[in-house]
Design a protein. Structure first.
Length: 386
């Protein structure tokens, strides 16, 4: 029964019982008994929450679980993967700073570094991060940060994270790694020497195409600054998505390993199909970074497969129209297999010259392989390739 003196009904007591599933705290604001309690929370002298943009129980719960999975001291949950990247860069860089980045990044990440950061007086130099001599030369000029991906999007290149960490630290730079394609199930960049790891939780970690979230995790002393930037710039998460992503974490390992096993078989099958001119999968010995993948990835080579069709855009359109069981869905990480077209989605705003340099052609298709039975995937793929 509610307290007649209080306008806010009291939550029912649970006694000694504890819910097995974490509760959803949908409230945007929390009540406090007095100003002393407010000060105590604001000064981090006691636990508690005030306003959801600054933090809420579901984000805290998800962050704690994710940090443990990443081997990190802390995690900050943001509204998307790009929000997590943005919060990290805003916290680490200021006017006059410079960073060095891979020249094979996700298209929006490249835009952020090359078009947005210069507006704030931060310059980016792009290098082939698999060429350590090129990375060393770029870092000979002072740079605050080296930014890369465990598995590049969409061509699945793998730089040597351990070697990059060594080179960066020798030159006084921090290393940040976007680990979205690998997830902490296959790779934990912090254990290889990275200072920060960024994940788009929207993808495999959420795992069901119903979450838009991101996270940055680390073991250094930058937690307070990144958390402050997340609140000030409005990059925070909402409770329901955090609740869903925490549920996704429960099955992440099972889903990632099952999808990776399907992807490995599918890549080999695709390589033998007429009309397929190129198959890119780090688990295949013909992948240029196969040996690096064997060292860095544990328990599989990932669920992403990229392949190229002879015939360009029209061939891709025919494939998508016929293989209706492989939905054209410009994201990744669902339990079911989906496809995307990098040239018109993730790298739509990349220049034609840059697409040619990376090898992103009109006939290139990126598959996010799911957990369904392989025979089901194969049957649908065969319809598209027929």
């Amino acid at each position: 029964m509610a307290d007649a003196k209080s306008p806010v009904p009291a939550m029912p007591s649970l006694g000694e019982s504890v819910p097995l599933a974490p509760p959803l705290y949908q409230s945007s604001v929390y009540t406090l008994p007095d100003l002393d309690a407010l000060d105590s929370i604001m000064n981090a002298e006691s636990p508690g929450f005030i306003y959801a943009r600054d933090g809420h129980p579901n984000a805290r719960y998800l962050a704690d679980r994710l940090a443990k999975l990443e081997g990190a001291s802390w995690s900050v949950i943001c509204g998307s993967g790009m929000a997590a990247t943005t919060a990290s860069l805003l916290a680490l860089l200021q006017q006059g700073d410079r960073l060095v980045a891979s020249n094979n990044l996700y298209g929006r990440s490249t835009q952020l570094l090359s078009q947005q950061l210069p507006r704030f007086g931060v310059q980016a130099t792009f290098v082939d991060d698999r060429n350590l001599s090129e990375v060393r030369a770029a870092l000979d000029k002072p740079a605050k940060l080296l930014f890369t991906e465990t598995l590049s999007n969409p061509l699945l290149a793998l730089p040597d994270i351990q070697a990059l960490a060594k080179v960066a630290h020798e030159r006084g730079s921090l290393l940040m790694v976007d680990n979205t394609f690998a997830t902490p199930v296959l790779a934990r960049p912090l254990e290889y020497g990275a200072d920060f790891v960024v994940e788009s939780l929207t993808k495999m970690i959420g795992g069901h195409s119903d979450v838009t979230l991101g996270a940055v995790s680390g073991s250094s002393s930058h937690l307070a600054e990144i958390a402050k930037i997340t609140s000030i710039w409005g990059l925070a998460s909402n409770p329901f998505d955090c609740w869903l992503a925490a549920r996704g974490l429960c099955t992440l390992s099972l889903r990632m390993r099952a999808a990776s096993a399907n992807a490995a078989v599918l890549a080999d099958w695709l390589s033998a199909q007429p009309g397929v001119s190129r198959v890119i999968y780090p688990g295949r010995t013909d992948h240029p970074d196969h040996e690096v993948a064997r060292r860095l990835l544990k328990g599989g080579f990932g669920n992403m497969v990229t392949f190229e069709l002879e015939g360009g855009r029209e061939a891709v359109n025919r494939f998508m129209r016929k293989a209706q069981g492989i939905p054209f869905s410009p994201s990744l990480g669902d339990t079911y297999t989906t496809c995307s077209h990098p040239g018109t989605t993730s790298h739509r705003y990349v220049s034609p010259n840059e697409k040619r340099r990376q090898g992103i052609t009109d006939g290139l298709i990126r598959l996010s392989v799911g957990c369904e039975e392989f025979e089901q995937i194969q049957t649908e793929m065969a319809k598209g390739l027929k």
